[in-house]
Design a protein around this ligand. Structure first.
Ligand SMILES: [Fe+2]
Length: 360
């Protein structure tokens, strides 16, 4: 292996320990204790927003994390690092973070071929037993945690055989619409930095994931029944977008028709169109020239630029996606394909919708 620093040759399957999460939980608990001691309302604590929650209803609150298997860890580090993510080497894997956010959005491990190996969804702690009952009632067989990912969560397969977990976690999905800004320089001043002074783009958080499925309607039903997700919008049986009931973006997860399971893209939230453009330009400068954007979607309304990773999936810079508040009953609609994909933007790459995890 080329990089001794992270010693990737050691592919001993040590359990992935969520030490960063543990530290954050401990800090979070200390903050709660301190607030209680001082008799403050939680909203008075700088940086803390009470998680939004729909009372009495059962549903996951967040797409907590993913695990991506890749055949070349150095290539993953180069791509996602240049994209603006913070990849922290931990033994035989990377933890995936964003600058300035407490959450661990995912892990990357090494394997013979690129594939999405599992997704974890976050639930409130006092919903755990109800979820266990729910999964039993809908006939879902619970599985052991995969080797190296031992946890106290509930593990099971989706209809395509993709491994899912439901685990108790802090709500990492936003509790309100994420900020978005368009700024203009006042007269008499230069609005843009010189190119040599251009800042790097640092995504703020994981926004959503788009995965492939052999049967979109069956998947919608599964995620409604098993996870309590709700349909936001769809386009026939080709694609569907689903949100969390406790306040989330227009979609935590999107489902696209293909021959079988796979990852289409991971989407990362940024705050301006300038961030999207700067990120795309930086990636092109580093050789990651294939992608799609700048454009604006219809379903979700977000501005986007997708950059193709070394294995045919995409990482998306996304800004200003629609938000579905906890008290909003979003009306799902079925949109014709020609009227639902993108509002404006260049023509997508011909193989944009190809599932390379199956085709390759
Ligand atoms: Fe997306």
């Amino acid at each position: 292996m080329a990089n001794n620093e992270i010693n990737l040759a050691i592919i001993l399957l040590k359990p992935i320990v969520y030490e960063h999460d543990a530290q954050q939980h401990s800090r979070f608990s200390a903050t709660l204790r301190e607030a209680n001691r001082k008799g403050k309302k939680m909203t008075q604590i700088r940086g803390f927003v009470r998680p939004t929650r729909r009372p009495g209803e059962l549903g996951v609150h967040s797409l907590d994390s993913f695990n991506l298997v890749v055949p070349d860890m150095e290539a993953a580090k180069a791509f996602y690092g240049e994209f603006g993510l913070d990849l922290q080497a931990r033994g035989n894997h990377f933890n995936v973070h964003t600058q300035g956010h407490w959450h661990r959005w995912g892990t990357i491990t090494e394997g013979s071929r690129k594939r999405l190996s599992h997704l974890s969804f976050g639930i409130f702690e006092d919903d755990f037993d109800r979820f266990k009952d729910r999964l039993g009632h809908v006939g879902i067989q619970q599985l052991d945690a995969p080797k190296g990912f031992e946890s106290n969560g509930l593990w099971f397969h989706n209809p395509d055989g993709l491994l899912l977990e439901v685990r108790v976690a802090e709500k990492s999905s936003p509790n309100e619409k994420s900020t978005f800004a368009m700024t203009s320089a006042p007269p008499g001043s230069q609005g843009s930095p010189n190119r040599s002074q251009a800042p790097r783009t640092s995504p703020r958080r994981l926004a959503h994931i788009l995965i492939f499925t052999a049967d979109v309607p069956a998947s919608i039903s599964f995620y409604e029944r098993a996870l309590g997700l709700r349909l936001s919008d769809r386009s026939g049986d080709g694609i569907a977008f689903m949100h969390g009931i406790h306040g989330s973006d227009h979609h935590l997860i999107a489902l696209a028709k293909a021959q079988g399971p796979g990852l289409h893209h991971l989407s990362w939230d940024v705050g301006t169109i300038n961030d999207i453009g700067l990120g795309a330009m930086h990636m092109a400068d580093k050789g990651f020239t294939v992608g799609w954007g700048l454009g604006r979607h219809v379903l979700g309304s977000n501005y986007f630029h997708y950059v193709r990773d070394p294995w045919g999936s995409y990482a998306e810079y996304s800004a200003d996606i629609d938000y579905i508040p906890v008290n909003c009953d979003w009306r799902a609609e079925d949109h014709p394909p020609h009227d639902s994909f993108y509002l404006w933007g260049p023509v997508p790459p011909e193989d944009f919708a190809v599932n390379h995890e199956v085709a390759g």
